[in-house]
Every structure is written in C-alpha cells, then in structure tokens.
Design a protein around this ligand. Structure first.
Ligand SMILES: [Zn+2]
Length: 282
C-alpha cells in the first residue's frame, strides 16, 4: 500500500508534469464503486470543464484542487496508481477512471484490486478532518508527540498505524522507524522514556524523508506495485533495514531479522536491537 513517501512522490510528479492549469475535457468512470462521493455520474458531470489549480497531500490522501473551489480527494489503498498517458493510448481494463485533459493527455486511475476511492467535495475536512499529525510538518514536535503517547496504553505498532493518531505511516515505514529507534513494536506507548520518544520522533521523520528522497518503495514487480505517475519505480526498497528482510542480517548487529504478527499485521524486527521491556517512565 502506498504510504506517505509514495503518495508525496506522486504529488511531486503531478506538479512537475505541468498538469496545473489543464482543463478536464471529459471523465470516464469504468468502475462506479471507485467513486465514493458523490455517485459516478454526478462525479463525471461535475468535473467536466473544471481547471486543475493544484496538488497536495494529507496523510495518504492525494488532494486535487480545482479553480472553481471543489476538491477531489483520492486514497490509493492497496494497488491504486495515477498515470499520465497520451489520450491516443488505448484504455486498459484496470484503468478505472480516465480524465481527458485539454492538452492531449489523460490522467488515468489504474487499480487492479479496486479498493481505491475518490471523494469530490467542497470541504476536504469532511474526508480528512480526523487525521492525526502530519509527521513532516512543524506541528509534529517531540512535545506534542510525548503528550499523545502518554495517553495511550496501546502497543506502538498499531498506534503508529492509526491514521487518527499520526497520518501517512503504514506497515513499511512503521517497521523501519521502530528499528531505527530500537523499539519493540509491542512496547506500550505510555511506557516510553524521554530518550526513547525523542529517538522515535527522529526515526519517523528520517525514514519518511529517506523514502521521499528515494522516490518511494516499490516492492515486487507486479502491476499493482508502487510506480509513480510517470511509471517510475521507487528506489527505497534497496535501503530498507528490516521490512520483508526476514532471515537476513540486521544491518546494525548481524542478528537474523524476525517476522512476527502484531495487531494482525506482519512485522519485522531485529530481536537483539529491539527488545521487549516495558520500563517505567524516568
Ligand atoms: Zn540488530
């Protein structure tokens, strides 16, 4: 599933591709359920003739702003991709929504598993209002993170995956951040020391920044794997430390990486670097 760095990579490419200022000539919805709000016919009708004013990201959502004031929010879920193609290229089976632009290009939404969703709204808060911290923004401070963690007697892994707590992290970057901070995924959030909180705060930002610098993580070669709007694969999979590296050597101490299930999610740790101990606060 695309996480913050992958979604940010797509947004950067959509901006770089010069789509801002383009007008939508037509909208073809090939799989109605992709459109969550409103219904597919109204969606196509309301977007026809709209001019793209900007692209942004919040958590794992892509926001497309239109000059007339509406917002199109998109969550890619498991296998969603936005791809820019010439209008003359044939529409593929898995291209669920096709936006025809006024410059001879199309923006296509490709989704093999069809879990992605579009929301066309006047106020983005209706969709993203409950999201937690944006981890690379100034609002995500050690102080605010500390205040949030102490309120939760939950295990770190499910808490960090909870988008209402912190937005944009998924399975890859949570495992990578917990390893970087030397924290076991089953540690309780309210058991962390000041030093551990600082380490985790720094680790979250670093793994996300590295992911963006590497233009995202592309696992596997299937057509549903992450690729950017120009069909480029990311490079971050080459510098992962624990995620999907079960049995391989920990880059820090050489111990074999282990896979465990935490909160029903596949989780990867170094059993030596990330030991489970619920310390008292200091
Ligand atoms: Zn280790």
């Amino acid at each position: 599933m695309p996480e913050l760095p992958e979604v940010q990579t797509i947004v950067m490419e959509l901006r770089e591709a010069g789509l801002i200022g383009c007008k939508i000539r037509s909208v073809k919805v090939q799989w109605d359920k992709i459109v969550a709000v409103p219904d597919a016919a109204t969606f196509a009708q309301e977007l026809t003739g709209q001019t793209i004013a900007g692209f942004a990201r919040r958590g794992k959502y892509i926001l497309i702003q239109f000059e007339a004031g509406k917002y199109l929010l998109l969550h890619l879920r498991m296998t969603g991709q936005l791809i820019i193609k010439k209008a003359t290229e044939p529409v593929l089976k898995h291209e669920r929504v096709v936006f025809e632009l006024d410059d001879g290009r199309t923006l296509r939404y490709h989704d093999t598993r069809k879990f992605g969703r579009f929301y066309l709204v006047n106020d983005p808060q209706a969709v993203i209002g409950k999201l937690g911290w944006e981890p690379l923004e100034a609002e995500f401070t050690v102080q605010s993170f500390t205040a949030g963690l102490v309120q939760h007697a939950r295990q770190l892994k499910p808490l960090l995956l909870d988008q209402t707590f912190i937005a944009g992290l998924g399975n890859i970057y949570v495992d990578e951040a917990l390893f970087a901070a030397r924290l076991h995924p089953q540690r309780l959030a309210n058991s962390l020391t000041k030093t551990e909180i600082s380490a985790l705060h720094q680790a979250i930002r670093q793994v996300l920044q590295k992911g963006i610098a590497n233009r995202g993580t592309s696992l596997g070669n299937g057509e549903g794997n992450f690729a950017s709007a120009s069909r480029r694969r990311g490079r971050n999979q080459e510098s992962l430390t624990v995620f999907r590296r079960t049995g391989q050597a920990c880059p820090r101490c050489g111990t074999a990486i282990q896979r465990l299930i935490v909160g029903q999610r596949s989780t990867h740790i170094c059993p030596k670097c990330q030991q489970l101990k619920n310390k008292h606060k200091v």
